[in-house]
Ligand binder design. Structure first.
Ligand SMILES: [Zn+2]
Length: 123
């Protein structure tokens, strides 16, 4: 197995600290403290590697730049704030399991995107 590089370690640490998915540029801004030589093309190369290793996942919200987060066993829904452009994760409270709404289908992952203004920006 290939050893994890300092850049990959920095990216993982940045994503572990966050409760919402980050863009490549946000990851760069936060990981430059740990690895000063890091740049956007290093970030993209390492994100690609971490995606292949299934350590992280890419979030594609229509109308937004792709974002990345640590891949855990949970499925999230996302809320995109039109003021601060942050993406927030949330869980649906519906009591009807998806499996019974999509009978016969094999569900591998799902997400719902909601657009609006977050609590802080709404004030
Ligand atoms: Zn906001």
């Amino acid at each position: 197995m290939k050893r994890i590089t300092r850049q990959q370690e920095a990216i993982i640490q940045v994503l572990l600290k966050e409760t919402h998915p980050l863009t490549a540029y946000e990851i760069l801004n936060r990981s430059v403290k740990a690895v000063q030589s890091i740049n956007l093309s290093t970030i993209y190369r390492n994100l690609k590697y971490l995606l292949e290793k299934e350590t992280i996942r890419r979030i594609e919200i229509p109308g937004d730049t792709p974002r990345y987060e640590i891949k855990d066993s949970q499925s999230y829904n996302y809320f995109l704030c039109d003021a601060c452009m942050q993406v927030f994760r949330w869980h649906s409270k519906t009591n009807v399991p998806l499996e019974s709404q999509l009978q016969g289908f094999l569900i591998k992952n799902y997400s719902v995107s909601v657009y609006g203004t977050c609590c802080d920006c709404k004030r």
